[in-house]
Ligand binder design. Structure first.
Ligand SMILES: [Fe+2]
Length: 134
């Protein structure tokens, strides 16, 4: 028998936003499960591709902010870019393990492109809200 006493239970969704987010994740997961099935290396390639983006975008934004405000970044640029590089190294490892086909590589690029676009729009919107320019 397996000891699962350390396992954390899932947070129960509260309100419309929680339920919508959970439903969306389950919906998207259905397609990932159907496409990847038991090919865990391929699934990891997709996840690592997406994971490598936020650190680089965040590092670039912190860099531009520090230049614009002429103030210290308090070390955040290096931390965020190191994180992006770390995730890129994970990607290189899983590329060697999974050896994705050109079609799978194309799909990964499309997913990454879409994710980066959304992150860019979200940052722009957040910056405009914070500066009161909206
Ligand atoms: Fe990773």
């Amino acid at each position: 028998m397996t000891d699962t006493s350390f396992a954390q239970p899932h947070k129960q969704p509260e309100g419309f936003r929680d339920r919508s987010a959970r439903a969306l994740v389950k919906f998207m997961r259905f397609f990932a499960d159907a496409f990847f099935s038991k090919r865990y290396g391929h699934r990891a390639v997709v996840l690592e591709t997406v994971a490598a983006v936020p650190g680089m975008v965040g590092g670039a934004l912190q860099h531009l902010r520090a230049l614009r405000r002429m103030e210290s970044d308090r070390g955040w640029i290096r931390v965020l870019i190191d994180e992006a590089e770390n995730e890129r190294m994970h990607l290189m490892t899983f590329i060697e393990i999974a050896k994705p086909t050109w079609l799978e590589r194309l799909l990964i690029l499309l997913i990454r492109q879409d994710e980066a676009k959304h992150r860019d729009v979200n940052h722009q919107f957040a910056n405009e809200l914070a500066s009161g320019r909206s």
